[in-house]
Design a protein around this ligand. Structure first.
Ligand SMILES: [Zn+2]
Length: 84
């Protein structure tokens, strides 16, 4: 995890959502981001659990960015651990 990423997490309020986001951000290769709805899903998922899309961005930068976004701002479900 980069120093910049760590800084973002340190600022944010601790929560279950944030913990999940940290988990994802520290192991981004195990996840990918749905191109349709921006949900984070497990790397082995064939379709998105949220929107049933099948196009994913598996770049680690994108996964980390999205994990931070979901963990600190938006109230969208992080479904990754449901699928692993
Ligand atoms: Zn989706």
């Amino acid at each position: 995890m980069s120093k910049e990423t760590q800084k973002v997490f340190n600022k944010a309020v601790s929560s279950e959502r944030l913990q999940k986001a940290q988990e994802i951000a520290s192991n981004p290769s195990a996840y990918k981001v749905c191109e349709c709805c921006d949900s984070i899903v497990g790397a082995n998922s064939v379709t998105c659990a949220n929107c049933h899309g099948y196009r994913f961005d598996d770049s680690q930068t994108r996964v980390v960015d999205q994990a931070i976004f979901l963990g600190t701002r938006k109230k969208t479900s992080v479904v990754a651990t449901d699928l692993v």
